[in-house]
Every structure is written in C-alpha cells, then in structure tokens.
Design a protein around this ligand. Structure first.
Ligand code: GDP
Length: 456
C-alpha cells in the first residue's frame, strides 16, 4: 500500500474517535438539562456502540488483504536493521580513534526524564556518527550506576579519561570528544532533534506506523534498556508472582509532586472509563467476555486501595511495594529505581495504556510498547497532553480543509494548506494551536488538520 492509502486509513480512524469526543462532550453539556438528561442517557450507549463497531470494522480493514502481515514484516525488518546499526555504532572496530559523545545520566529529575535525556544523547550521537559513552557515576537512584539494571551500552568503549568539549548544538562539530548539556540548554537546535526521524527510513516508517517518531524512540529504548542478567531474573520472577498476563490494560496514575506544577488531578474514574471502553470494544469484537485485567502503577498509594474497593469487576495486578516506595518523599533509592523500571516494563507489555502523556513514565511506556506491535500508535489514551518530547523542535500540523471560525468560541481560521503549530488536543473534537500564516492562536476542529513528519 502507498503512504497515501495508509495515511488516509489512519486519518479516518482518528476522525471517528474525534467525532465521538465531539458528540459525547456536547451530550454531556445537554445532560445537565433535566428534561433532556434521561433521553440522552439512553442515546449515549447506543452512539458508543455504533462508533465502536465502526472502529472494529476499520481495524479489520487495516489487516485485510495481507496488510497486517506486510506491516509486521516491514517493522521487524527495520527493527533488525536499526538494532544492528546501533550495535555497530556502539562497538566500533577501533574505539580509540572513534569520535565520541559523553552523556551524564544524572540529570536532576526522575527516571523517565533521565532516560529521555539519554535518548536525546543517543539520537545526537547517532546523527553525528559517534559512539555514546554513558557516565552514570553518582547516579541519584543507585550509586552502582546504570549497569545495576542494564547491560552496558558498549562492549568496548565504556570509560573515557577526557572531560570532552561542551557541545552547543553544532551539527558539524569536529572535536574528538564532546560532552552534551541537557537538551534545554541547546539554543541552536539541530534539525535531527525530536521529533525528526532518519530520512533514509522515512518512507518505510511513515507507511507502516502512525507516529514514526514514537516507533523510532521505542527502538532506541530497546537498545538502551537491555536488562542485565540479574535484573532479567527479577523481572521474570515478578511476572510469575504477580500473575501478569495479557490481554491487559496498563494504567498509570501520576500524582504527588506533579499535581498543580506540571499536571492536573485526574480521578481514578476517568482512567477506568477508558479501560472499560477498551474491554467493551474487545468483547464486542471477539463476541466473548474477557477477564478485565489491569496493570496499575502509581506514585499515590491511596489509588491502590481505591481501585480494590471501587472496581471489584476488574482484576488488578499491582505491585503495592512499588507504589509505596514511589509515594515516599525521597524517591531516589535503588528500591525506587527497581520499582519504576518494573512498572514501566509491565505497563509497556499491556495491550493498551491509559495515562497522562504529561508524565515521562507514561511516555516511556508508550514508546517501549511500540517495539511490540507493527503499528501500536493508537494503543493509548492520554487524559491530558498529546505526545511530545521535552525540548523538541516545533511541531506543525497541516490544514486539509478550510475553516471559517466562530471567534466568540476562540476559534481560528484555517485555509487548506496552512501550517499550524500544534499546542494540544482538548479531546472534545477541538485542538489548539497557532496558524503560522495568520499568527493567530486558538482552537480549531481536530479533523480539519493532519500530522506532518520531520526527517533528517
Ligand atoms: P514525570 O515526573 O511523571 O514526568 O516522570 P519522571 O520519571 O521524570 O519522574 C517521576 C518519578 O516518580 C519516577 O521516575 C519514579 O521515581 C516516581 N514514580 C512516578 N510514578 C510512578 C509509578 O507509577 N511507579 C513507580 N514505581 N514510581 C513512580
């Protein structure tokens, strides 16, 4: 199939979901009217069933005529090629003569944020054709460093005695060894920064995957987060003891220090509504009732109790110790590292994720999840942000239809072909952004634009 065909199919899928957000949001507003309320409560499930059936049929279409098999082969082939490339770059024939990048793991933030920092270092070393040396001495989670859980990034180039020249974002840098600052300090962002993907893989990747950067990110994490032998055993053991099985939905509830600073509070009920939707759809598709298994990870211990009490029809798999450790004020300990690595791993192994993409825990689980499916770009529901990478290049969407705005509602005008810098999705049928032609900020119907993909 052409990119046009696959792109159109995915756009229809997104537009159906967008239509359901739009209608349900408006029905919710009308529900407050006591006369209409009852009637609407009858219409709503009927409407949801119709939407679900459309999505199921579209899902079947996406796998018909061997399309599913084609997608699987393309993604497996590309993954092998990339992993080989990563391995070769990390294990050059002559380590002494190879140009290098030094990356300090110990960015002063949480595990997810630190792994994204290493991912940005890896992307930089990839595009500059250098070997990445990870400096994890004095790591805030574990003084034994990165290798307490993961395999070293290289078998040959591990330590280095030089500090290196501080890098400023120059993509033509010639110094033998460069040391990377955190991404926010790079003022002249090179074109290979997220969400760019390698040009040579653009054609293939944009055909088989709905969000190519996330797939590319998953491949990088797959190389970076290779469990060492000792930790592999711990994961295996945990899997057996917890009874983790599929199908399951991964739910991550991020609270504590994040609330009111970088994210809003969301009640467990909001997450569970989407879990219910996932299983309803699955039951309808397979014409049988599935056990409703949920892997629940959280940094708020009270959520564990609430889940058990309020949702007896769900089979929760959760590591209470992880949640307890994460709820502590000082979360930087080896126990805490083990807890978050396990939680991220099991979340990523689920069929679907419900979380807040404002959290790097949710983003990393979503990225790793992509290594398990040819196109898993639709397998999540974020209660807040759309996908992004901290420090990314500006992200634009392109208008596919004209839009005459209702300025009273804060809408902006669109003309087919306009580029709009995207700020977010309100999940009610509207997105927010800035039209780069008119320089006006505001909302517009989400279905009137489509994604653009950057490559380098
Ligand atoms: P963000 O702050 O949510 O964007 O993600 P970070 O990973 O950068 O920082 C949050 C940190 O809080 C994590 O790395 C963990 O140490 C802890 N944490 C948050 N949520 C969880 C969770 O569900 N399980 C565990 N075990 N730890 C968590």
């Amino acid at each position: 199939p052409s990119e046009k065909f696959e792109g159109l199919r995915r756009k229809i899928f997104d537009d159906i979901k967008d239509l359901s957000y739009f209608v349900k949001n408006n029905l919710l507003k009308l529900k407050n009217d006591s006369l209409l309320g009852k009637k609407i409560s009858l219409i709503e499930p009927n409407f949801q069933d119709r939407i679900d059936f459309l999505l199921i049929q579209l899902g079947n279409l996406s796998n018909s005529d061997n399309l599913g098999e084609w997608r699987r082969m393309e993604s497996e082939f590309l993954a092998l090629e990339l992993q080989k490339e990563f391995y070769q770059l990390q294990n050059p024939s002559d380590c002494d003569r190879q140009k290098k990048v030094i990356c300090d793991l110990n960015k002063s933030c949480g595990f997810g944020c630190q792994m994204h920092h290493v991912m940005y270092c890896f992307i930089t070393s990839y595009f500059l054709n250098r070997t990445l040396i990870l400096d994890s001495a004095g790591w805030r989670y574990n003084s034994d460093g990165f290798e307490a859980y993961f395999r070293p990034l290289s078998e040959k180039c591990i330590k280095i005695n030089e500090y290196g020249v501080e890098w400023n974002g120059n993509q033509y840098e010639t110094a033998d060894v460069i040391r990377l600052p955190i991404i926010d300090m790079v003022t002249q962002k090179p074109e290979f920064f997220p969400l760019s993907i390698p040009k040579k893989y653009m054609d293939t990747l944009s055909r088989f995957h709905g969000d190519p950067f996330v797939w590319w990110a998953g491949q990088i994490l797959s190389y970076l987060m290779r469990f060492n032998q000792k930790f592999s055993k711990i994961v295996e053991d945990r899997q057996k003891k917890s009874g983790f099985l599929r199908p399951c939905v991964g739910v991550h509830v991020r609270r504590t220090d994040k609330i009111g600073t970088e994210a809003s509070f969301h009640d467990l009920n909001e997450y569970m509504n989407h879990v219910k939707k996932f299983f309803d759809l699955r039951d309808l598709e397979k014409s049988k009732k599935h056990l409703r298994r949920v892997y629940l990870a959280t940094d708020d211990f009270s959520v564990i109790k609430e889940a058990k009490e309020k949702y007896p029809n769900y089979n929760f798999i959760m590591d209470e110790l992880n949640a307890q450790t994460a709820s502590l004020n000082n979360r930087y300990s080896p126990e805490s590292a083990q807890g978050i690595i396990l939680d991220i791993y099991f979340l990523s192994q689920c069929d679907f994720l419900v979380c807040t993409l404002s959290s790097q825990v949710c983003r990393i689980a979503y990225e790793i999840q992509q290594t398990r499916y040819p196109d898993g770009s639709w397998r999540f529901k974020s209660l807040d942000d759309i996908y992004y990478f901290g420090g990314q290049l500006r992200q634009n969407v392109i208008a596919v239809l004209d839009h005459i705005p209702n300025t009273d509602l804060g809408e902006i005008e669109l003309r087919k072909g306009d580029l709009v810098e995207i700020a977010g999705n309100h999940w009610d049928g509207y997105s927010k952004g800035k039209n780069l032609r008119t320089l006006k900020d505001g909302i517009f119907p989400s279905y009137k634009v489509k994604k653009t993909i950057d490559s380098f």
